[in-house]
Write a protein that binds this ligand. Structure first.
Ligand code: SF4
Length: 316
């Protein structure tokens, strides 16, 4: 009897991703890989990759890069300190990069000029219709500082040069002969977040997808070795949080929950409206219900996330 093919979407997607990436790489001039970097969010998946490197289960990297929005919860910084020590045993530096010294929310409230839009929920006060704002914070506070750091690394290692353009700005031009490898902690259950990232000289690698590992597999992998299993990483004020996250923050980290509530209140204050939503003519909220965060009942049924996007969401 003919064998029945039982390949699932989870089995075929990594193959398709590989083929697309291989075709893309083939179509480009041959480049020598001169650096390999892990982009760390300090949540479950990217921490698993860091631990795999430490345990010798994954080829080493030149550096682990963490883009700090300065708005992360305390458990993320604890995880970073822990991983920094673990990686140091293999001589691998953990580099913390940041777009600004004060952070995403401080810049939104006090910064000069335009600030990076967060994916805030909107509500039309007349119709009650809800929506969500375009997200720029990932790009400006996570991706760009990381790319900048890698470009500086390439300059320092003689693989890129500083050039001055007509406007007098200094740019770092990467040699056409080289490329760098970039590891991201995207697991098989999040394959829709994979794909080519970054400029042409960057090669994207998804070791967890290659190994067909889901988030639960990562947790099991860590537990079996007696290693820490971290909680979700993402900004304290991120609108993508589900109610379980907000409830945990409110119960276990009330000072941080209060900070999030104050920002949420500020968004609808006269100053917040003047600075942020003047042209929008809509109210904006951190919680998708369109209710001020401090008034949300996180125990109420059906108050789940609008998108299952949060948690180690940005980049990693
Ligand atoms: S975690 Fe959320 S708020 Fe923070 S940078 Fe990412 S999308 Fe923006």
């Amino acid at each position: 009897m003919a064998a029945v093919c039982q390949l699932s979407l989870f089995d075929t997607v990594p193959v398709v991703i590989h083929r697309l990436e291989a075709r893309r790489v083939r179509s480009q001039p041959a480049r020598v890989c001169v650096g390999r970097f892990l982009h760390l969010g300090a949540g479950v998946q990217s921490s698993t990759l860091a631990e795999m490197i430490v345990e010798g289960d994954l080829a080493p990297v030149d550096a682990v890069v963490f883009a700090d929005t300065k708005d992360e919860p305390p458990w993320v910084y604890e995880q970073l300190d822990y991983l920094e020590g673990r990686l140091a045993t293999r001589g691998i530096p953990l580099e913390r990069v940041a777009r600004s010294a004060q952070g995403l929310v401080h810049d939104a409230i006090h910064g000069a000029g335009r600030f990076a839009s967060m994916p805030l929920y909107t509500q039309d006060p007349r119709t009650g219709q809800t929506g969500i704002l375009r997200r720029q914070c990932t790009s400006e506070y996570k991706i760009e500082p990381s790319d900048d750091w890698v470009r500086d690394w390439l300059v320092a290692h003689g693989h890129a040069r500083l050039i001055h353009d007509k406007r007098g700005w200094t740019r770092r031009q990467v040699s056409r002969q080289v490329c760098t490898e970039h590891l991201y902690g995207i697991s098989l259950d999040e394959f829709y977040r994979s794909g080519k990232r970054g400029p042409g000289w960057q090669r994207t690698v998804y070791p967890l997808i290659d190994r067909r590992m889901r988030r639960s597999d990562c947790e099991r992998w860590l537990r079996e070795r007696g290693l820490r299993v971290p909680y979700k990483s993402s900004c304290v004020h991120c609108p993508f949080h589900d109610d379980a996250y907000w409830r945990r923050l409110k119960t276990d980290y009330p000072a941080y929950f209060e900070r999030a509530c104050q920002f949420d209140d500020w968004l609808r204050s006269p100053e917040g409206r003047r600075r942020f939503t003047r042209k929008l003519r809509q109210d904006v909220f951190l919680h998708r219900s369109g209710i001020p965060l401090r008034e949300v009942d996180f125990e109420a049924p059906g108050a789940g996330p609008l998108f299952e996007l949060c948690g180690d969401y940005c980049m990693t």
